[in-house]
Design a protein around this ligand. Sequence first.
Ligand code: SF4
Length: 304
Amino acid sequence: MKHPYSTLNEMLKATYGQKIRKICVDGGFSCPNRDGTCGVGGCIFCGERGSGEHIDPSQSIREQVASVLQKAKPDSQWIVYFQNFTNTYAPVDVLRVRYDAALIDERIRILDIGTRPDCVDDTVCELLQSYQESYEVWVELGLQTANDETARRIHRGYDLVCFREAVKRLQAHGLPVIVHIIIGLPGETIEDIRHTISVLNELHIDGIKIHSLFVMKDTELARQYEQGLFTPISMQTYIDRTMEAVLRLSPEIVIHRLTGNCLREHLLAPDWIIERDLILYTIDRRMIENGWHQGLWYEADCSM
Ligand code: SF4
């Protein structure tokens, strides 16, 4: 079944002639939203490992990459994704050493860096730009929402102005930007999601990852959930809101993800998060049955 939206796999196949897989790397970074620089404790949903819980933290960066590539086919191609915490949160000399430690094999095509908008100044952009001679370079920013009130509620630690400036700075350096958003944040309505998508359309970002909010054990969100202060949305609401986000999203923006992902042993709620295939199948089927596709409502808005 062809997806009624543009997917990362399709884009990579068109560019590289094959599916490209990802090696997720823990680069040993921290986050200014956890170490006291702009906050302590981090975003309320963030786990102890700052994402990438499946990565073996005892391995060096080089070992993390090598352990995957030694089992990989000679003609395979790879993305190295620095995932955990804030992967531009260090002096540029340190960043260069850590990125270089991962770029150890000619099968690596793409260097993908996950970070925060308040950690991408000009020196960071220039460093990332320097890798474009040999690699495609992507930068992933965790926005979650364009609503500053929700951002305060989840302790994100920067505002929408900061995000807009970071996107423009990265784009001015020719760096593609992929943005993470979350559906199901406390207090958010469908209007907030419409606003978030319209901001991303206006900024002409390159890619999007849409996640469902889930409650991981040992987080601030888990404490709020256990005290009855937070209730997750239902799977049906997630599907409805995600579908509307896709319909309103510019067709130029590539969809990298449409669901969240959490290891079962770390998940507190909701249970439906693990039904990834069912969620994706339902979104695809409903869109196809209705003759809908990514950008349908964006195009309608633009033509008014
Ligand atoms: S910015 Fe990312 S790593 Fe830092 S606290 Fe928030 S979710 Fe965690």
